[in-house]
Design a protein. Sequence first.
Length: 255
Amino acid sequence: MHLQTSKADDARPTLLLTSGPTREPIDAVRYLGNRSSGRMGAAIADAAAEQGWHVIALVGEQAVLPEHPGVEVHRFESTADLEAALAEHLARADTLVMAAAVADYRPAPASTDLNGKMRRRKGFAIDLEPTPDLLEGCSRSPDRPRLLVGFALEPAEALLASASNKLVRKGLDLIVANPLETMDSPDVDATLLGTAATAHPDPGTSPGIMSKRAFASWLIEQLTGELASGAGATVPGVRSGTVSQSAGEQETRDA
């Protein structure tokens, strides 16, 4: 499945994707971060561009960048940076894939020194405050894209239940349930789970164990099909794009 594009009016659907970790500053040198490499997000961005989508990638500092020259890349550092970038680009998107590993907490302002460096001392505490829920905020935004896709990273035994709960709680159309055990692996064993209005209702669809690049290609094929079928939120002013479906184009590619 690939997209028909028109050079005259560029009717391609637009993917807005977030990838990589956030960094929440403690002082001018130190930060709270996480282990996300951004490899999955980069693979999804590349696969979408290869299949004819216009792609805007919001990528965390030092995360892997997409390789496709057609991907529009913007870097972010903190959750606040990512929140601002989403607000700037959300209205342009038909589909949002939130693959970034966004911090749940950040140092409270009283615990930070952003203009200097905290000195070693016998002991000190850092007060944390919750970060805004960016995914839920995008779901409630008047600029909400047609398709809103989240990620769930949990231990395998609790994965599908947690992903199903997150799908409903955050108002998503689809969610990728990814076992925590595959975090540092080149392969994934993910499941795509969606609402009843999608082609992947509970218990979802799994293509089996495959490389992250192969899974990214498969995922984009599924999202293309969802847009073609009219799935997703009905939001005034959101572009639907022009898609064509071919029975011979359903194979998974490890590009």
